[in-house]
Design a protein around this ligand. Sequence first.
Ligand code: SF4
Length: 293
Amino acid sequence: MKLQIPALAWHLVGVGAWQRSFYPHGRGIPVRVEAGRGGLRFSFRTSAEEALLRDVVLATFRNGAQVGAMALSGHPALRALRRHHKGMLLLAGSPFETLVLAILAQGRPAATVRKVFAPLAAACGGLTPQRLSALPLPRLTELVRPLGEVKASRLHATAAILTRRGATAFDRLIASSNSSALSYLLSLPGVGIHTAAIVMTHINDVSDLVPVDQHLMRVAHRLGLTEHDGRLTKPGSRQVAADLLAYGPELARVHPLLQEVANDTCTASTPDCRRCFLAPSCRYAMDTAGSRV
Ligand code: SF4
């Protein structure tokens, strides 16, 4: 669960074991999840909030829907992606927390986002617009500084706007029709189309939006899933999203898996095709195989 936006709230705490805190009533309760025989094992210590916490955790893990069961068969690279990640769960997140994580992650490494997120959530007693806007801006700036101070003012302004709209307004807005939810997201400080698309794909399971950036463009082009001129323009992004969605709506949900390839082996300068599990089904790897011998 390395690069999925909701997964940035989790820390690796051992081989195959991850942990984060949930704040059902403002008090942090650490929840640990690890892969065991027969599935995932969750552990947490609480009695009063047990049912509430169990619902939140199950919703986060989408009741166990795995990549191996997804309709990814229109291209050899998609089949390879499905095989490679067959046991992986695509996580969901609460609307506001996912928005905060998506803003924090803009152009920043996942490891730094993880380091910032846990103390930020703890300082707020769980991320809600009300609790984040109540945090004094200097304190928020200090917490967010490793990711750039400008993010603090954007988050504070966003939280204040949402607070003025009412306690559950954001959750209701996001759950409304896709076009009004998207327009609303785009009206918030620091939220562009890429961030809005990330939030929509993780929260609303939208099947007609793909968050396209230069990394996704690069991998998709090298694999042969799209044709484009390599420039991150609006028409170029739209073309890449349309090419990907032509393989089916699941492409909207699996974009983090392609992002992970961009991060691991398919870097901009020199793709490390010898180490990449997609090489047997990749157009670029096949075209350049002779020159790499
Ligand atoms: S095989 Fe090479 S070019 Fe293709 S996705 Fe992997 S790293 Fe990128």
